[in-house]
Design a protein around this ligand. Structure first.
Ligand code: 13P
Length: 251
């Protein structure tokens, strides 16, 4: 059966020392979380190695927030999937709406990133989600469907089975405005149906689909109670160990 997952996306937050302290607090508090919940944290690049050392021997997995779409070479400022794996990462977030919106990431780039991450043994956390105007125009299914078709569906079945999907409606990210469990639940079911149409029901049933967007201890239990919501990708609330762990305790 598919995994229950709570992942913390720290975004561009915490200086190194603060990040290390946060990781230590999360490790300590994680002992109280049910064994069948997978915990992942995604600190900034500069913290990965030292946070990875702190996580050693703990149950918490390490993720990056992005990777290059090239293998190696003269790409100043980029960080490769191989580098992330060698620094201790098991996961990488790809296609976050902030990357799509502010750094021009499109489906073409994302296909390359997905493939290169998988080739280097990383499991992608692939993000999809509609903007406010798309939701208001009733085009949210169409937008999310297109994001899946253009990038994720370039992968083989074997590759897709290593991917975690995160549905993050852009209008809910960092706004305090959460999708209702009904709104999120119907898109999650739609995503799973699309995957089953492309790759078959067993593959669709095995893929974890996380919800992200102002998810916090007070609303996580209701969201996680929906049949196709397998956990959360948490931004702001993942920067406090107690809140992050409280969310993980919401299953
Ligand atoms: P918030 O939880 O801060 O809304 O961010 C969600 C998110 O973008 C996680 O990737």
């Amino acid at each position: 059966m598919r995994k229950k997952i709570v992942a913390g996306n720290w975004k561009m937050n915490t200086l190194l020392q603060d990040g290390e302290n946060l990781a230590k607090d999360i490790v300590k508090a994680s002992e109280a979380v049910r064994d069948d919940v997978t915990l992942i944290i995604a600190p900034p690049f500069t913290h990965l190695h030292s946070v990875g050392m702190i996580l050693e021997g703990s149950r918490i997995l390490l993720s990056a927030q992005n990777c290059a779409d090239m293998d190696k070479g003269a790409y100043t400022g980029e960080v490769s999937a191989g580098m992330l794996a060698s620094a201790g990462c098991s996961h990488v977030i790809l296609g976050h709406s902030e990357r799509r919106e502010y750094y021009g990431e499109n489906s073409g780039t994302l296909v390359r990133k997905l493939r290169i991450a998988l080739e280097n043994g990383l499991s992608p956390v692939f993000c999809v989600g509609e903007r406010l105007e798309e939701r208001e125009a009733g085009r949210h299914f169409e937008t999310v469907g297109r994001q899946l078709e253009e990038a994720l569906f370039a992968l083989t079945r074997e590759q897709v089975e290593k991917v975690i999907i995160a549905y993050e409606p852009v209008w809910a990210i960092g706004t305090g405005k959460t999708a209702t469990s009904g709104q999120a639940g119907e898109i999650h079911s739609f995503i799973r149906k699309k995957i089953s149409e492309k790759y078959g029901q067993p593959t669709a049933d095995g893929i974890s689909i996380l919800y992200g967007g102002s998810c916090k201890p007070s609303n996580a239990a209701e969201l996680f109670s929906m049949p196709d919501i397998d956990g959360g990708l948490i931004g702001g609330a993942s920067l406090k160990a107690a809140d992050f762990i409280a969310i993980a305790n919401c299953f």
